[in-house]
Design a protein around this ligand. Structure first.
Ligand SMILES: *[C@@H]1O[C@H](CO)[C@@H](O)[C@H](O)[C@H]1NC(C)=O
Ligand SMILES: *[C@@H]1O[C@H](CO)[C@@H](O)[C@H](O)[C@H]1NC(C)=O
Ligand SMILES: *[C@@H]1O[C@H](CO)[C@@H](O)[C@H](O)[C@H]1NC(C)=O
Length: 621
């Protein structure tokens, strides 16, 4: 679709919406996403009086699942799709470049809608939502309900699961129990591949939670860990394995995640967050990246700094990124481009580049309150922080997008998916879900970097997620633009289907190139910094040469609200290559230091002729 026909479609859609939706009801369960004046801007300040005015949601239900049953309940029947639900964006596929990818539904019902998603090293995805929206589609076992601290009657149990472990190979589910509210929380993996998960809402806003990587593990929670509530904060792993958490609603500060059971006395001010708060914020879930020199890049709304967490000093401010807001609820997509460790002069760091694409006009959320959905931002901006006079280089995407996900694929290309062409984040504040993912190739010349791929059939806007899997496919889940699990009488029913997207590199014509890592050859002790790492692989059909092969390692992120925290991909130098028929031995130089790759479990892929293998989980320490 050309830009002019897109524009026409947009104008037509606005006209239709104005006709059809002038009487549309709003979800009024909370006013938190509908700030009007300073006094009710942050409606909940933690006082007991305010807490009593909690939303009336039916969550105090008994009827837990028998301890032996999964507790999954049926997806209610959906009503006929509304006019708004049919107004989706599908871009013409560019198939001159071959196969455009394919979609499959791997589960019709994940029980819990995946507002937050992370893939763990024991081969499972963890998905969770919030206890604030009430019932999910999965009951907790009878002997394991959660006490609801917000219920009117003390001792009321909430027997709905708000977290599940999802087996992405089989669709099997295991309910997990979250005692405190994980709404709009944050997370990262520790050096042993355990999920350290922080913040949330109400009784959960100062919590640190830990979920170990195992088939019987469940959450351990430490509700009084932070000095300030962290609701919509970003958590980043540091080179020494600690975590830093930035921001959250009305938290213009950062803290280091304390050890389990410890409480932080106070947080540390971070003025950028106060300075970039619009009347509707537009700076929540700041984009944070660990740079190769150990500093942090922090982006909030339209400004960004390089921050030295060791000294507590901002060492550099980058130029403003004009054009609108880029963080929640004006949610843009952002990632650090792959760090290429090949061909560096000895001891030199790669130049880190950060990309920020899409987002919304600063007024989008406010206008959403009046059922007016503005076109989202089309620009996609990139900055090379290795340059002293770094500037944003801006290109136009085929379509504007808010609340999209941006995943770094094992090949080093990026995948944009989910989100909407109009409106902003927030319940019911977006229209025109974009069903087409776009492949972004950062190494292609300007003007040829965006390629629309095969479209999904499932609208995924607010509270949707995605994740790169070890087999190089992409898990796509979640989507709930409602203040409760709601399947009828709404434009966009709560989404519990889980899809898998196979990018073009997995097309049948290419699988002859697909390397198969000999898992038994992967050193059991993992990688050490600044050494060699040797393993074997084979290819099914086509022979490969040294020059055909790349090795990449991917840090599995924690994804929520269109941002994948701690996502990073490194391209490793191949230091040795030998062939015996179609069996190959490969030696790579490992990253020199934890600033390049913080300690933990990575997905190591062999990419041969641009086709990634299945990954091996490898620990670096
Ligand atoms: C690295 O250097 C080699 C030899 O100069 C060259 O053939 C190769 O293309 C370079 N690779 C990259 C990724 O720049
Ligand atoms: C929304 O509509 C109300 C009532 O018509 C109006 O007073 C207000 O200015 C509008 N807000 C915006 C942001 O347009
Ligand atoms: C679902 O949304 C509709 C429309 O806003 C509302 O009437 C209904 O009460 C909601 N149902 C639930 C379970 O919240």
């Amino acid at each position: 679709m050309g830009s002019s026909s897109l524009l026409r479609a947009a104008v037509l859609a606005v006209a239709l919406l104005l006709l059809a939706d002038s009487g549309e009801a709003f979800f009024d369960l909370f006013s938190i996403f509908r700030p009007r004046s300073d006094s009710d801007y942050f409606p909940f300040d933690g006082s007991p009086e305010q807490a009593k005015r909690k939303p009336k949601i039916e969550q105090e239900e008994d009827g837990a699942a028998p301890a032996t049953a999964t507790g999954l309940t049926k997806v209610p029947l959906l009503g006929a799709p509304s006019k708004a639900a049919l107004d989706t964006i599908v871009l013409p596929v560019d198939d001159s470049a071959g196969h455009a990818g394919s979609w499959t539904i791997v589960s019709e019902n994940s029980g819990v809608s995946a507002m937050h998603l992370a893939v763990m090293r024991h081969g499972k995805a963890i998905m969770f939502d919030t206890s604030t929206t009430g019932r999910s589609l999965m009951r907790l076992p009878m002997n394991n309900c959660r006490a609801d601290p917000r219920a009117k009657r003390e001792g009321t149990m909430d027997c709905w699961a708000h977290a599940v472990e999802f087996d992405y190979s089989t669709g099997a589910l295991r309910s997990l129990k979250t005692a405190t509210d994980t709404w709009c929380s944050s997370g990262a993996f520790d050096a042993d591949g355990n999920l350290i998960q922080t913040g949330g809402y109400f009784e959960g806003d100062k919590a640190v939670r830990r979920l170990d990587a195992c088939d019987t593990c469940d959450w351990r929670e430490y509700p009084n860990s932070f000095a300030e509530g962290r609701w919509y904060a970003t958590q980043q792993v540091l080179p020494d394995g600690r975590f830093i958490v930035f921001g959250g609603r009305r938290a213009f500060s950062y803290e280091f995640v304390p050890q389990p059971g410890m409480t932080n006395g106070q947080s540390i001010k971070f003025p950028l967050l106060r300075e970039t708060t619009d009347d509707v914020e537009n700076n929540l879930y700041p984009f944070v990246n660990l740079l190769p020199d150990g500093n942090l890049f922090v982006f909030a709304n339209d400004r960004s700094v390089v921050f030295d967490h060791r000294t507590g000093k901002v060492v550099r401010e980058l130029p403003k990124l004009a054009g609108g807001g880029r963080n929640h609820p004006a949610s843009a997509m952002s990632a650090m481009l792959p760090l290429d460790l090949r061909n560096l002069t000895r001891g030199a760091d790669p130049e880190p580049e950060v990309i920020v694409c899409g987002g919304a006009l600063k007024t989008a959320f406010r206008l959403g309150e009046n059922n007016t959905y503005q076109p989202t931002l089309r620009d996609c901006a990139r900055i090379n922080l290795g340059k002293i006079d770094a500037v944003w280089a801006v290109e136009a995407m085929p379509v504007g997008r808010v609340m999209g996900d941006l995943l770094v694929l094992p090949t080093g290309d990026l995948l944009m998916l989910n989100g909407a062409a109009k409106g902003s984040s927030g319940w019911g504040f977006a229209r025109q879900p974009i069903l087409s993912p776009i492949l972004y190739s950062p190494r292609h010349p300007e003007g040829s970097r965006f390629r629309p791929l095969a479209a999904s059939t499932v609208a995924r806007m607010y509270h949707s997620t995605s994740a790169v899997l070890p087999d190089a496919t992409v898990l796509v889940a979640g989507g709930n633009t409602n203040a409760a699990y709601n399947f009828s009488g709404v434009d966009f029913p709560t989404e519990v289907r889980v899809e898998r997207f196979a990018p073009p590199y997995l097309s049948r014509e290419l699988t002859g190139n697909r390397a198969v890592i000999d898992v038994a050859s992967v050193p059991a002790g993992g990688m050490r910094y600044g050494t060699k790492f040797t393993f074997r692989f084979h290819t099914p059909v086509a022979a490969v040469e040294w020059g055909d092969v790349r090795v990449t390692m991917y840090a599995p992120p924690f994804t929520t609200h269109g941002y994948s925290m701690n996502q990073r991909l490194l391209v490793l130098p191949v230091a040795g290559f030998s062939a015996q028929g179609q069996m190959y031995e490969l030696t790579v130089d490992t990253p020199r230091k934890p600033e390049l790759a913080p300690p933990g479990y990575y997905l190591v892929y062999v990419v041969s002729k641009d086709v990634p293998s299945e990954a091996a989980w490898v620990k670096i320490q």
